[in-house]
Design a protein around this ligand. Sequence first.
Ligand code: NOS
Ligand code: ZN
Length: 348
Amino acid sequence: MNNIRANDLLARLPKVDLHLHLDGSVKPETILDLARRQGIELPVYDKDGLIPHMRVGEECGSLIEYLSKFDFTTRFLQSAEALERVAYEVVEQSAEHNCRYVEVRFAPQLHRNNGLTVEETIRHVVEGVKRGQRDFGVRVGVIAICMRNHSCESNLEVIEAAAKYVGKGIVAVDLAGDEASYPPECFREVFAESGRLGIPVTIHAGEAAGAMNVYEAVTNLGAVRIGHGVRLKESRSILEMVKDRRIPLEMCPISNIQTKAVSGWEAYPIREYLEQGLVVTINTDNPSVSGTNITNEYRVLADRFGFTTPELVKLIMNGVDAAFMEDHDKLSLRREMEEEMSSLGVLN
Ligand SMILES: O=c1[nH]cnc2c1ncn2[C@@H]1O[C@H](CO)[C@@H](O)[C@H]1O
Ligand SMILES: [Zn+2]
C-alpha cells in the first residue's frame, strides 16, 4: 500500500470539492490586477502584503471575525469581467489540486454594487466556470447563496433567478452568513419557494449555532445536504435523523477550526461522525480566507486523525455520492475516479 501521507500521493489523488465559496477563493495577484484595472486603491501593492487583508490568522475567534474578511474581496467583484475571471480561476486552482468535480458557490446579491442584476451575476459566474471546465477538464456546478442578513425579498430574488439556470449551470441553492444572529426559522418562506421550483437545497448549519439549526434546515428548509454540521454532535436525536436520512455533511476542517465551530482539533467530531455512520465529505470552504487547499485538508486529516488510505478514499467517494449531479454523470465521474485511484494503487 502506498504511504498516503506522502504529499505527492495526496496531491495526485483525484478529489472533489463540494463546498467552495467564489469570494473566498480569490488569489492576491488577481486582486492586485483587478484593483489596477478598476482604479480602486489598495492598502498595499504587493501580493504578500495583501494576504493579511484577505486571510484569517491564528487569532480568529469566531465566524463573525472570519466573515469580516469577505468585505475586502467582494469590493473587487462587482463587474461581469471580474466575476467571470475569478470563476474561471477557481476552477483552475481546483484543477491544480486534482479536483475532478467542484461546486462553486456565491451570493449574487453581494456583487450588485455597480448595477448587475441577480441573473447577470449568475450568468457571468456560470460562463467563467464553464470556460474553466473546458480548459481544465474539471466538471463544475454552481450554487447560488442566499444570505442570512438579507431580506426575504432579496433572497427570493436569488431563488427565482437560480431556478432559470437549473440544468444550465446552477445545481442548488444555499443559505450562508452569520448563523448565530439569524436563526434559520426566518427562511421558511424563501426555501418553500426553492422547494416549489424543485431546486436542491444545502444549508450552512451547525457551524456557529447548535444542532437545532440542522434540524430546522432539514425538516423545514428542505436541505438535502448540510454545510459543516460540526455542532450536530450536540444532539443525539438530530444526529440520528441526519444519519437515517443519509444527509451528507460538507465538512471544512481548517475553516471549522478557524471559526471556532469547535474548540480545537481534539474536539473535531469527524472520526466519531464516520464511526456513527454519517456521510461525511471533505471540502475547503474558502481557500484564500483560510489559507488552505483541498490537498491540505486531507493532509491535515491524515496527520491529526491518522486516517488510512481506504478511509481517505472513502471520504473522497462520499463527496462523489453527495454531488448535486445527474445520476448518469455521477456514474461516469465515479468510474473515472475509481480508474484513476486504481492506477495510483489505492483501490485494492
Ligand atoms: O463558513 C461559512 N459560514 C457562513 N457563511 C460563510 C462561510 N464562508 C463564507 N460565508 C459567506 O458566504 C458569502 C458568499 O460566499 C461570503 O461573502 C461570506 O459572507
Ligand atoms: Zn461555507
